[in-house]
Write a protein that binds this ligand. Structure first.
Ligand SMILES: Cc1cc2nc3c(=O)[nH]c(=O)nc-3n(C[C@H](O)[C@H](O)[C@H](O)COP(=O)(O)OP(=O)(O)OC[C@H]3O[C@@H](n4cnc5c(N)ncnc54)[C@H](O)[C@@H]3O)c2cc1C
Length: 435
């Protein structure tokens, strides 16, 4: 088994750093089992990393870090049931390309594809579309290694309660080794980006949401403009102009934005003007492409992020308050707020548990202060029964989280039964589950 010692690990945003004693790269389930069993016997901690794209301190450890980078790819596809058997370490980009080459796709995805499938599912990573759940709802079965090294198997028929706990489980119930994923026939997407007045956008939320397979929008602080994105299934085929549109979109969303972000960082009072300029530059374009390549846009501009889930019906009221709060406090912020919809589900720790949901995400350019901005917005989200995205910054601890998740105690019961020594906990997770 591949292994490195003394290497500094950091997450994507650079907010979480640690030096694990060793990072191990198992190549099969037995190797995972051996590492976990030995660590557990010796009372040593184990954390699991996907692609390190979470903003919260889920990963840091000074002990053993398990990466499944050597356990990637599709094992096989059960065509009769449209189920792909995949290794848990598979990165979403590889998964999308591999599925496409076999004539399949995922029904929905988020806005980047660097995450691992297990990491994305484990934090409730989502895209947008009120008729689609988060990525974890595509998971139809799980094989994992528990803290004592034993193998757990669960799905809707076999250990169904454990399955509902494991789908979104932050790596505290076990190391997911293999996943069965619900897939759909490969499909092409018609993508539209346009600008819309803020008030018009808010007044049409229900229609835009119901009339499009996927709908999301961006609100630019200090501007009356929003950018809306509509993504629908089409029989049209990708063409060359789509390639150039995509290229321009990447240049605008990365190159030009990086430059404007640096201006805001050096002279924060310019961020209000930068936000207004960004709103005016928001791409107006159409594009057709294979679905797996259309959801994601590379993000080269680094930032910190907080994202909250609230009941879908509160999107409009919450956004009006958020906008008033930004105007009142005159925060130096030029990143737009990203607003999405997700169908309610029944996974115990999913922020969308039991309710169709709206997600509102706030970003701050790396190097600019974000605590006050996030803290004021968090108060608004909590008032609307908010639940934080597990991979994004928030300040909630066990007691507040327990009040927000009906199945919190049931989840914790499984956690204690499966991992009585807390092998899979780090300091941050102790605050989430034990304080
Ligand atoms: C630029 C950027 C864009 C993003 N866009 C979106 C978006 O559109 N929508 C959205 O919802 N989120 C988004 N996120 C958040 C991101 O999707 C989540 O934080 C996701 O969990 C990251 O996946 P990862 O593979 O990097 O997991 P990591 O951050 O490495 O790990 C996340 C959690 O999963 C656990 N885990 C990983 N692998 C396993 C395994 N095999 N078994 C058990 N547990 C495991 C880890 O222990 C950890 O608790 C974005 C983040 C960034 C930086």
């Amino acid at each position: 088994m591949r292994q490195v010692s003394g290497k500094v690990w950091s997450n994507w945003s650079g907010s979480s750093v640690s030096t694990p004693e060793r990072i191990v790269y198992p190549a099969n389930i037995d190797e995972i089992s051996n590492v976990v069993r030995q660590s557990n016997k010796q009372d040593r901690k184990v954390r699991i990393v996907g692609s390190g794209h979470s903003f919260t301190a889920l990963i840091p450890t000074d002990s053993t870090l398990i990466s499944l980078d050597d356990m990637q790819g599709i094992q096989h596809i059960d065509k009769d049931n449209s189920i792909a058997h995949v290794w848990a370490g598979t990165k979403l980009k590889l998964l999308g390309e591999s599925l496409h080459s076999l004539g399949y796709a995922q029904e929905n995805l988020g806005d980047i594809n660097f995450q691992s499938i297990a990491g994305a599912a484990s934090t409730g990573t989502h895209g947008t579309g009120i008729n689609f759940g988060s990525i974890a709802t595509q998971v139809a079965g799980i094989n994992a290694v528990a803290a004592d090294g034993s193998i757990i198997e669960c799905d809707a028929n076999h250990n169904p309660e454990l399955f509902k706990a494991m789908q979104v489980s932050l790596g505290v119930l076990g190391v997911i080794a293999q996943l069965r994923l619900r897939v759909v026939p490969a499909w092409n997407m018609h993508f539209v980006s346009k600008r819309m007045n803020f008030a018009d956008c808010l007044n049409q939320l229900d229609t835009l949401c119901q009339n499009n397979r996927h709908f999301e929008f961006y609100i630019f602080p200090y501007s009356d403009h929003t950018q809306i994105k509509l993504m629908n299934q089409t029989e049209e085929l990708p063409d060359k102009s789509s390639f150039w549109n995509h290229f321009n979109k990447i240049v605008l969303e990365n190159g030009a934005f990086k430059l404007m972000s640096e201006v805001s960082r050096i002279i924060p009072k310019f961020s209000r003007s930068v936000s207004r300029v960004s709103a005016r530059l928001a791409p107006v374009m159409k594009q057709v492409g294979h679905s797996h390549s259309m959801f994601a846009t590379p993000r080269h501009v680094r930032f910190h992020e907080m994202e909250y889930n609230i009941p879908a019906q509160h999107m409009q009221a919450a956004l009006e308050e958020v906008r008033a709060c930004i105007n009142k406090n005159q925060f130096s912020v030029h990143f737009p707020l990203e607003c999405r919809y997700v169908k309610g589900d029944d996974m115990w720790l999913s922020p969308a548990y039991g309710r169709d949901s709206a997600y509102i995400a706030a970003h701050m350019y790396k190097g600019m202060p974000y605590h006050e901005y996030f803290s004021e917005l968090e108060k608004i989200f909590l008032k609307y029964d908010g639940r934080p995205h597990w991979g994004k910054l928030h300040t909630l601890k066990a007691k507040q989280l327990a009040e927000r998740y009906p199945k919190w105690e049931d989840f914790n019961r499984f956690r204690k039964e499966l991992d009585p020594k807390g092998t899979f906990l780090n300091k941050y997770l102790e605050g989430i589950f034990q304080s």
